[in-house]
Design a protein around this ligand. Structure first.
Ligand SMILES: [Mg+2]
Length: 230
């Protein structure tokens, strides 16, 4: 043992001969993801928007002629379900491969308040058109069902060849075959999303945009990712 200790001591570099240590900062989670994942402020913002969306919806639903077919067009990710855990696990580095696994495993979780908001649609006779750029239909349907967001009669429209949602939204309105209820046009009483692409924005300088926010369009906060960050 003594000889072993001596041998080790002989190989131990002295401070003066040791290579300089390069201190790498530990991987960190960006502030936007931290805010979504753990802040009470984020929960409060969600509660505020969901409540306002629910109230606006109720007013419009009650003003409809009886037996009017109506729906809400809603995005899924960061609008109704939370994927901040994916952002944490990947350190904010999105890749199609890791996202495909995340989708398949259905690990997103409904935000507090989202289930009640969607239940309000169903309770008042409306249906949900979930328009998402997820690509795995069976896994997304299973997720919506598991999280209590799905009801019979709803539709789920996943990504087509294009991530542009315009054609799918139009199909819902017109009763087209691409998305919605074929042969049954509906009134859309609200659009919910977390990206500009979730809304029927024709032109940024269209004055009707400002009139739509908080009335029929409700934007949820997403400081984790988006076209604004690219
Ligand atoms: Mg989204």
């Amino acid at each position: 043992m003594f000889l072993f200790v001596l041998a080790c001591a002989a190989r131990e570099p002295t401070l003066s001969t040791a290579p300089p240590m390069v201190q790498q900062p530990p991987p960190s989670i960006d502030l936007g993801t931290q805010w979504v994942h753990r802040s009470d402020a984020h929960q409060a913002v969600l509660a505020t928007i969901y409540q306002n969306a629910g109230e606006a919806l109720a007013v419009r639903a009650q003003a409809l002629e009886p037996d009017t077919a109506w729906a809400i067009v809603s995005d899924v990710d960061e609008t109704l379900v939370d994927n901040s855990e994916y952002q944490i696990q990947t350190l904010g580095q999105f890749s199609p491969e890791t996202w495909a696994v995340w989708e398949e495993q259905g690990q997103a979780v409904a935000y507090a308040g989202a289930v009640a908001l969607v239940a309000g649609v169903h309770d008042q006779g409306g249906r949900m058109a979930f328009v998402t750029n997820r690509s795995n239909h069976p896994a997304t349907l299973a997720l919506l069902q598991a999280q209590g967001l799905w009801a019979e009669g709803d539709v789920l429209c996943v990504r087509t060849e294009s991530s542009d949602k315009s054609a799918r939204r139009q199909s819902v309105l017109e009763g087209g075959a691409l998305c919605g209820w074929p042969g049954e046009p509906v009134q859309v009483l609200g659009y919910w999303g977390d990206q500009m692409g979730d809304f029927p924005v024709v032109a940024q300088d269209d004055p009707s945009i400002q009139e739509s926010w908080g009335e029929t369009w409700f934007m949820l906060p997403n400081p984790m990712y988006g076209s604004w960050a690219e």
